[in-house]
Design a protein. Sequence first.
Length: 378
Amino acid sequence: MGALRVGVIGGGQLARMMTPPAINLAIDIKVLAEAEGSSAALATTMVGDYTQVEVVREFAKSVDVITFDHEHVPLAVLEALEAEGVSVQPPSKALAFAQNKLAMRKRLGALGLPMPDWAEIQDAETLDAFIEAHGGVAILKTPIGGYDGKGVRVVRSASDASDWLGNLAQYGGSLLAEEKVDFVRELAQLSARRPSGQFEPWPLVQTIQENGVCSVVLAPAPAVDQATLDRTAEIAKSVAEGLGVTGVLAVEMFEARDGRILINELAMRPHNSGHFSIEGSVTSQFEQHLRAVLDLPLGSAAPRAAHAVMVNLLGVDGQNDFVQAYSGALAAHPEAKVHTYGKSARAGRKMGHVTVVADSAEHALAEAQGASAVLLRG
């Protein structure tokens, strides 16, 4: 049997972080990057436009399975490959729900899974009625194209969304209105599933956002009872099986003040909320994703230590790398593990992350934030 070959579409940091475990498992990892000099440059074997079926078809000839660094490859491209016998993991039928939030809400509703109240919006009158029925405020989303806080806004009347309502065709013909959940905190349940059905969840984590972008992840989520842990793992399993997801799945959730656990967003790939697992888990999300898409037995997702904290390194304009700050950061915080993404800097962009594992959650958070502060000062 020859080497196992995995093709990753997208040259971002997720593809970059799949590379070390691929090397360890003697998996031949190949990346189709959007441009030269991407984060995953070390594994890039082809540069091209992933929206063109001819480009992706050519890339697929060199691998055994296609997977993803992002969820933006057109479904028609993936369906064409699947019709030709190419293994696409997760399959197009699952990615359809990651690419369209309205489709996702409808499917999760059919599965009876917990969500915020929501409505499909095609005109101002329907939006105003929804806002009035939900305390005078709603969250409005574009069903396609939004991420990291983009394509989301708080609205108190339809006039707050006149630009979106006047350009519905750009968003698939409809908008998605959701109740503005009064939440205590945001949680994320990461899991992985093989095509043959094996399912493995990581411990539930808490995520802390900054300007719509994940800033800190606490693993495990503090002060969660066993019933909630069982419930969130069961939700993730129901989503994975009900939507046909393979590979890593992140289910982002709200813990509402009234006690509800509600599904907010889905990601069908390794996810920012799981970066802690590189040091914090027996099997990282990146190794697990490779195992899953190849339909290999999954590894244990058990924690290696009582606590792991991940802090994102969010970019500052004019700062291109962290190298000049390494000596100070590594000397002052020897427990910190630093991961950089090889990306040009801009304000708020995810440039890397720092993880600390420890017996004390407070110590891990202080060390991770301390190392991050030194790196960002430059």
